[in-house]
Design a protein around this ligand. Structure first.
Ligand code: ATP
Length: 260
């Protein structure tokens, strides 16, 4: 009997994607990436490498100039509302700045429940229960739901943003520099939280960072971008211990060392 390979369709794929901003240079050139269930992929590169652009394409905020983006094996047609809703529930995002990403006028419970409301995934009562569960999952106190963003620290606000992202039970979390606005000890706590969520929920992760150290803590696979092109891609351990390119060596040299 021959072994039949198990083939699982990736959740999200970029296939030979290129992207050019209007009037600008090529921000991405021939980039391919596939993220399967439970996988964690880091995207690293210096400022201007194209990391945020790549995430915008994955999120469907921009469409590639060349190549294609596939969700569950096929391109997303904006007219297919059912599939777009499934995409939005399945793929959630967390951004760098936990100060600007939370509406200061809304209570935390309402902020966290927002994806459930906008995707009409739960009644008001169910949404409140699920928001409380998500807040508990990210380690915030039970009374957090009735408070406002200004009452929380930067690290706690990032926990709130993560709670909002996990509330619709996504399969994939896209994180754009999720810890770079935080101090070192808070960074470690948020990295640990993301690792726990991966382990407990089987959440796949694509994390963008200029810091290879942060990516190495969470992601088994890494793609190194420079000027919109893939410099190297593969197992994070391999890239860290045996980088093929001088550019990657520079990124490794820039990893901050914790004081001993
Ligand atoms: N809205 C825009 N209009 C025109 N060009 C843009 C726009 N956003 C980004 N770019 C350009 O596209 C390229 C890639 O930018 P991008 O923000 O994706 O890089 P990045 O790796 O995320 O950088 P950073 O780490 O500084 O956020 C850069 O040359 C940038 O100047």
């Amino acid at each position: 009997m021959t072994d039949v390979p198990i083939t699982t369709t990736p959740i999200l794929e970029l296939d030979a994607v290129g992207f050019r901003y209007r009037g600008g240079q090529e921000a991405l050139d021939d980039v391919s990436l596939a993220v399967g269930a439970g996988e964690a992929v880091g995207i690293v590169g210096q400022s201007g490498a194209g990391k945020s652009t790549l995430l915008r394409l994955l999120l469907g905020l921009d469409r590639p100039t060349t190549g294609s983006v596939r969700f569950d094996g096929s391109a997303l047609d904006p007219r297919d509302r059912t599939r777009v809703r499934r995409f939005r529930a399945s793929v959630q995002a967390v951004f760098q700045d936990p100060y600007s990403s939370l509406d200061p006028r809304q209570r935390i419970g309402r902020i966290v429940a927002e994806p459930l409301r906008s995707l009409r995934l739960a009644t008001t009562e169910q949404a409140a229960v699920r928001a409380s569960e998500a807040l508990e999952a990210v380690g915030l106190p039970a009374d957090a739901a009735s408070r406002f963003p200004h009452e929380f620290s930067g690290g706690q606000r990032q926990r709130i943003a993560i709670a909002r992202a996990i509330v619709p039970n996504p399969r994939l979390l896209l994180a754009d520099e999720p810890v770079s606005a935080l101090d070192m000890s808070t960074r470690i706590q948020i990295i640990e939280l993301l690792a726990e969520l991966r382990a407990s929920n089987g959440l796949a992760l694509v994390m963008v960072s200029h810091d290879l150290g942060t990516v190495a803590a969470l992601c088994e696979r890494t793609m190194v971008l420079r000027h919109g092109q893939v410099v190297e891609a593969g197992a994070t351990a391999q890239i860290l211990h045996d980088p093929a390119e001088a550019y990657t060596k520079q990124l490794i040299a820039a990893i901050p060392r914790l004081p001993r």
